[in-house]
Design a protein around this ligand. Structure first.
Ligand SMILES: [Zn+2]
Length: 112
């Protein structure tokens, strides 16, 4: 059971989110898209797989990762928008996904 609001997972038998006070659902609306994603643990190790100041490249990589359902986050992206000469954006993925992402990045660069 999942809370559609905060996405918290509850054991079967619980029908309402303790935090949001709303009914739980069996499957989150995004479940289909995210089913391949691993559960995110706070202590999961993230590794840097790409450093770029090319916003187009970053957008392309992000859309590909969205398609295959790999969890990622960008370090420094908002800074880059505010200051064009700031540090480049760093693409971080969980260490479990590093090899797959590196393979994807390699294919992208070959196509370019
Ligand atoms: Zn909730």
């Amino acid at each position: 059971m999942f809370c559609p609001n905060c996405k918290a997972e509850y054991v079967t038998g619980i029908t309402q989110c303790a935090d949001c006070n709303i009914p739980l659902v069996d499957i989150l609306p995004e479940e289909r898209k995210t089913e391949k994603r691993k559960h995110i643990h706070p202590k999961m190790n993230y590794m840097e797989v790409l450093i770029t100041s090319n916003a187009g490249e970053l957008a392309l990589v992000k859309s590909v990762l969205d398609d295959v359902g790999i969890e990622y986050f960008i370090k420094g992206e908002h800074l880059q928008i505010a200051y064009s000469c700031a540090d480049p954006a760093r693409l971080m993925v969980s260490e479990d996904d590093v090899k797959e992402v590196q393979k994807i990045l390699q294919q992208l660069t070959q196509e370019a």
